[in-house]
Design a protein around this ligand. Structure first.
Ligand SMILES: Nc1nc2c(c(=O)[nH]1)N[C@H]1C(S)=C(S)[C@@H](COP(=O)(O)O)O[C@H]1N2
Ligand SMILES: [Mo]
Length: 451
């Protein structure tokens, strides 16, 4: 230990007496010994150190015995990052883009996917929220932004962002998923990665105003059945939404996870249609127009329709169906460090745009036999639900799949069941069962790429 460190520690009145340090370390080792004994009895999640005669552990791991620099020096000052940032050791936990999911490699019309393999619980941190934009990320001055509501209404209005924030607010936890999530898996799977197979989705706590609250002031004509929503970015993204959904749970959101929307998510305001395909949740929202017919905008004719084997297309295809994915293990988080007999937690996410998850099953043999997983933490409608299953690793080849059920009774189909109804021309709303292939060495691959 350097002199300077001792001086500064003394200033803080810390006792660095050698004896005290040693005896507290011994106490810790006793606790660690007790813990590893009970862990061994329950299975073997921990690999225990060697027990010595007096009950202490002779740890093989030098890191527990050696003093590290961060324990013997001052940390950095609190004004270094007025807005907090993750530890630099987490630098790999980022959204990712690929030319395959952008327009001819151009990152203005592209999608960046969420690192599902690195998330915990059901909330996506704002800097990791997946982002889809057709025209880059608009940078909008909130003081100059306006929302116009017009068409078949009694009192057309133009609102500032501050006007919108004066209405009573609500906070709700909902996932948002691009209907193209998993699209390549449909016909020709090409990603050996959880992040690229299912990362076009995230889940956050949104805060904003229920649209129906504002519409009470506007007075929508009872004959208006449709609402056009238009974005203020250069793509003028426009979609038509049934008034029934608008009056049910549509929201104008201005915050996520307690802070203002990120620019990528539509700062200063976006439309949020819980459970429905994310394309309808128009960002940088500028205009809402009420009418008695759908608008048939570009985004609902050339795209976001699904051609069926019959030659007809599904056009008004809104709520996302029940779905799930195993997030641990996955290609990014394999089981290569496990030993036979180790107890390991299988985890994943389940969600449904129609309601609440009621059950998730797991299969180890490609869907012949199923066991029920446990739902853990919050189980909310139209939100991610985390599931878990404790498994004794056997070092065997596995085909790991998950299958979710929601409270409307919908069950995730197999790929073949889905193809028999929808065909292979559509790329949207893929919700069939996903599987990982686990090799005898514990490597994990996208099972759908194997055939
Ligand atoms: N104004 C505007 N809104 C938009 C888009 C856009 O390009 N411009 N992209 C849509 C699409 S296709 C999706 S999947 C979602 C993505 O929302 P996110 O970027 O917040 O994840 O926003 C939708 N809203
Ligand atoms: Mo999308």
């Amino acid at each position: 230990m350097k002199d300077a460190d001792i001086t500064s520690s003394n200033d803080l009145n810390l006792s660095l007496d050698k004896k005290t340090t040693k005896s507290s370390r011994r106490d810790f080792f006793r606790k660690a010994a007790a813990y590893s004994i009970s862990a061994v009895a329950a299975g073997s999640i921990l690999s225990p150190g060697k027990l010595l005669a007096d009950g202490e552990i002779c740890a093989d791991d030098k890191m527990i015995v050696e003093e590290q620099p961060w324990a013997t020096s001052l940390g950095y000052e609190l004004n270094k990052h007025p807005y907090g940032i993750p530890s630099p050791y987490e630098h790999n936990v980022v959204r990712r883009t690929t030319p395959l999911l952008s327009s001819a490699g151009d990152m203005h019309a592209a999608i960046s996917v969420t690192p599902l393999q690195d998330l915990n619980g059901i909330i996506t941190p704002n800097g990791l929220f997946f982002t889809r934009t057709h025209n880059g990320v608009a940078r909008i001055d909130p003081n100059k932004h306006r929302l116009m509501i017009h068409g078949m209404v009694k009192n057309p209005i133009v609102l500032t962002v501050e006007d919108i924030k004066k209405y009573p607010s609500e906070s709700v936890i909902h996932f948002l998923e691009c209907p193209s999530n998993g699209a390549p898996e449909w016909k020709a799977p090409q990603f050996d990665s959880l992040q690229f197979v299912k990362g076009m989705m995230s889940c956050t706590e949104w805060t904003g105003v229920r649209l129906k609250t504002i519409l009470e002031d506007v007075g929508v004509d009872p004959k208006a059945l449709w609402m056009l929503a238009e974005g203020g970015d250069g793509s003028s993204m426009s979609r038509t939404i049934p008034v029934e959904k608008v009056m049910d749970d549509a929201m104008i959101a201005y915050a996520m996870n307690g802070e203002a929307l990120r620019e990528e998510q539509g700062y200063p305001i976006r439309l949020l249609l819980p459970g429905w395909e994310a394309n309808l949740s128009v960002k940088w929202l500028k205009r809402l127009k009420f009418g008695d017919k759908p608008w048939y905008a570009k985004e609902e004719t050339s795209k976001y329709t699904t051609l069926l084997p019959t030659g007809k297309a599904i056009q008004h295809f809104y709520p996302l169906e029940v779905n799930s994915i195993i997030t641990s293990p996955c290609p990014e988080k394999p089981w290569t460090d496990l030993k036979k007999g180790d107890i390991v937690e299988i985890e994943g996410l389940a969600w449904s745009g129609k309601g609440t998850i009621t059950a998730v099953d797991i299969s180890f043999d490609g869907g012949k036999n199923w066991v029920e997983a446990k739902l853990k933490g919050l189980v909310l409608p139209k939100a991610w639900t985390r599931f878990s299953y404790l498994y004794k690793y056997e070092g065997k080849e596995l085909i790991l799949s998950s299958r979710a059920v929601d409270d409307t009774g919908d069950v995730q189909p197999t790929i073949n069941q889905e193809k028999s109804v929808i065909g292979v021309e559509g790329v949207y709303h893929r919700n069939s069962i996903c599987s990982w292939y686990v090799t005898p060495k514990g490597e994990v691959h996208n099972a759908h790429m194997r055939s």
